[in-house]
Design a protein around this ligand. Structure first.
Ligand code: SF4
Length: 148
């Protein structure tokens, strides 16, 4: 019996072995800028630069081609909301395969304008939206209890 293995991952050959790498998650550090200076964080000392949008899309497309079943895209920094073109970034990654976008944010720069944008770009899948919305409700309830 012949076994035919379909290649889906990125093949990396070393002198010892050949590896097939399938990305489980794509994370892009879209900026080195942050409005805080936490002592433990390298963002406090890194070069303060925003990644250009075409470079992000290049990374996203490359990662997508080796992670066929992974839908999540994580945008981090620095502080992602501090990217000078954040709104354009979010729209661009959404239109180019960012089906489920997670932001690693300290939240301090969040405005109602961002919330409007999130609502506009929200998942077209009602099931996915409901899943995240339920998580959001649990977190906000826990946060209120901590502050009461
Ligand atoms: S990226 Fe996060 S941990 Fe680092 S300085 Fe900013 S808020 Fe602090």
């Amino acid at each position: 019996m012949d076994c035919v293995k379909q290649q889906t991952g990125l093949m990396i050959e070393t002198e010892q072995a050949i590896y097939e790498v399938i990305f489980g998650q794509i994370q892009i550090e879209i900026t080195g800028i942050c409005n805080m200076r936490c002592a433990h964080c390298r963002a406090a000392n890194d070069q303060k630069q925003d990644m250009p949008i075409p470079q992000m899309l290049k990374i996203l497309r490359f990662g997508r081609s080796y992670s066929p079943s992974c839908k999540e895209l994580l945008l981090s920094g620095g502080e992602p909301l501090a990217h000078r073109q954040f709104e354009e970034v979010l729209s661009a990654v959404r239109e180019n395969g960012g089906d489920f976008i997670t932001l690693t944010t300290n939240g301090s720069l969040l405005t109602s304008r961002h919330l409007d944008l999130f609502a506009k770009l929200r998942s077209r899948s009602e099931e996915a939206y409901q899943h995240f919305f339920n998580s959001f409700c649990l977190i906000t309830r826990a946060y209120r209890e901590l502050n009461s």
